[in-house]
Design a protein around this ligand. Structure first.
Ligand SMILES: *[C@@H]1O[C@H](CO)[C@@H](O)[C@H](O)[C@H]1NC(C)=O
Ligand SMILES: *[C@@H]1O[C@H](CO)[C@@H](O)[C@H](O)[C@H]1NC(C)=O
Ligand SMILES: *[C@@H]1O[C@H](CO)[C@@H](O)[C@H](O)[C@H]1NC(C)=O
Length: 501
């Protein structure tokens, strides 16, 4: 498994001489120990056949440093000088092979009984605030200390209770894959914790773990003595592995965890805090601000955020309409170009809600509504059948937008048929000496220029249409069934037409 990014990078910053991959990183400002140099000075035994390194056995309580368990992750991520000093104190050049009284072979060895006292509670105390953030990191440190000293506690008696038998529930808030960092805006991941000023990435690393314990450097040779530095140096460290959790058979099924890097949410949320008055992304644009808040909510819950945190979110809930959900009313053919263009002009990115931000292309509702009103579209949009659809569309789109008054005051009347809608030809009564009725085209739409019917037939159809209108309007007050209404209207219109002809 590839151990990437932050677990290793951070350790590198503190000087563990691990793999070349992270040594190349410019962020490494470690002691730059040349391990080849150290190898020359440390005696090694080969099997002579195929070059396999043979571990040195214990020489009366002295062990070859390379046989000691690798440095725990949380030590590698901090200043290791105290730790290395304790190990160095217990390491000296010993004779491992005699010829009579003459020593034929010297070797740097570490005394186990010395380590027991060197790693005193006082030494561990300085590492515990950091190592104790994550229950897994603390358990890893505990195992190391227990291994060399047999101690069942770290600093105070009882402080390691439960660490020997961790369960998935020991991670009280659970864990998340570090992949969710891709959903966090850089203004958040580059920020520092409000109280401690500790960088976000640093906190993340302290809470990180891998599925199984991984080596980050020279696993076969985790320690060696550098004569040049006159110090023990670490050539490897071990990541915290979720395998520290003792899993019972049913847990294996319930808590399946795949290869990869994770972080302990409780550890992160308790360590990284946000100043509600000065949030990391408050000056970085609304989308990043939304991403930040959604990320914190999804990771730590809303208690880490101000009470009204959802007020200004750029999400596809109401204020932003996902492009794929956008639709035009039925009278779309008559909608002017400049109105059609609003969806492009008001297009933007917004977050889909539910967990971490998933960026979606969306239309800014307020932006569209600013430039749209009932009169933005004439023609079909204002004719009875499609007008109802148009008004409903406008009302759904902008009705709840603050300060939008784009519908005429009488819009409620416009969604029920009016007298005018019931007259198939746009008639108006006008006293005249020549004829009783004069036909006047209205709305410029039905450019009715039919040759005039006789006064008699005009009067009959006028009467019929008025009856139809009367029926339709009175019916529509009692029932909402538009179909009935339209049918009657159509029927009478037909009769009217036939009579005229
Ligand atoms: C304990 O120490 C021995 C040798 O010193 C090593 O082989 C073993 O891996 C260590 N165990 C842990 C959990 O560190
Ligand atoms: C905030 O987190 C809670 C719990 O995870 C979730 O139920 C809620 O939907 C989230 N709120 C938003 C706006 O995403
Ligand atoms: C209509 O007829 C009356 C007389 O019957 C006449 O006084 C009037 O001027 C006429 N109006 C028009 C518009 O021709």
């Amino acid at each position: 498994m590839k151990i990437s990014t932050y677990l290793v990078l951070l350790a590198g910053a503190y000087g563990v001489d691990a793999k070349a991959s992270f040594l190349q990183s410019p962020s490494i400002v470690g002691t730059n120990i040349n391990s080849a140099e150290a190898i020359h000075t440390t005696a090694m035994k080969y099997d002579g056949e195929d070059g396999i390194l043979l571990p040195q056995s214990s020489h009366n309580g002295w062990v070859n440093p390379e046989d000691l368990a690798p440095m725990p992750q949380c030590i590698a991520q901090q200043d290791q000088s105290t730790w290395l000093r304790a190990m160095t104190k217990c390491t000296s050049k010993r004779c491992t092979s005699h010829f009579g009284f003459i020593c034929t072979h010297h070797q740097w060895l570490t005394q186990i009984s010395c380590l027991r006292t060197a790693f005193s509670p006082d030494v561990i105390k300085s590492y515990l605030p950091y190592c104790g953030r994550s229950v897994l990191a603390k358990a890893q440190l505990y195992l190391w200390i227990h291994n060399i000293s047999g101690r069942t506690w770290l600093v105070d008696v009882g402080d390691a209770n439960g660490l020997q038998s961790l369960t998935p529930d020991s991670l009280v808030k659970g864990y998340a894959a570090v992949g969710v960092l891709h959903n966090a805006p850089t203004c958040l991941t580059d920020s520092v914790s409000a109280l401690s000023m500790e960088p976000f990435q640093h906190v993340m690393a302290s809470c990180g773990f891998t599925r199984t314990t991984q080596h980050t450097g020279n696993a076969a040779r985790p320690w060696e003595y550098s004569e040049r530095l006159r110090s023990m140096i670490a050539l490897d460290f071990e990541t915290v592995g979720y395998d520290l959790v003792q899993r019972r058979i049913y847990d294996l099924v319930l808590h399946r965890i795949s290869d990869g890097e994770y972080f302990d949410k409780d550890c992160f949320c308790n360590t990284f805090n946000i100043d509600h008055k000065k949030e990391p992304c408050s000056g970085s644009g609304q989308l990043d601000f939304t991403k930040e808040r959604l990320w914190i909510n999804a990771t730590c819950g809303s208690t880490s955020l101000p009470e009204t945190w959802t007020d200004t979110l750029k999400t596809t809930q109401f204020a932003y309409i996902p492009i794929e959900d956008w639709h035009w009313p039925k009278c779309v053919a008559d909608i002017p170009e400049q109105v059609m263009e609003l969806t492009d002009q008001c297009a933007t990115d917004a977050c889909e809600v539910g967990g971490y931000c998933k960026v979606k292309r969306a239309v800014d509702r307020a932006c569209v509504c600013r430039d749209i009103s009932y009169n933005s579209c004439g023609g079909l949009c204002q004719i009875f059948e499609t007008r109802i659809d148009y008004i409903k569309w406008l009302h759904d789109l902008c009705g709840n937008v603050q300060d939008w008054h784009g519908l005429p005051d009488n819009w409620r009347q416009l969604v029920v048929p009016t007298t005018l809608d019931m007259i198939p030809w746009r008639w108006t009564l006008k006293p005249s000496n020549e004829s009783v009725i004069t036909q006047i085209p209205r709305f410029g739409q039905t450019k009715a220029t039919e040759t005039c019917a006789s006064n008699e037939s005009k009067l009959i159809s006028f009467a019929l249409v008025n009856i139809a209108t009367f029926l339709a309007v009175s019916l529509s007050q009692r029932t909402d069934i538009l179909g009935v209404l339209t049918a009657i209207w159509t029927a009478f219109s037909l009769v009217g037409t036939i009579i005229i002809i």
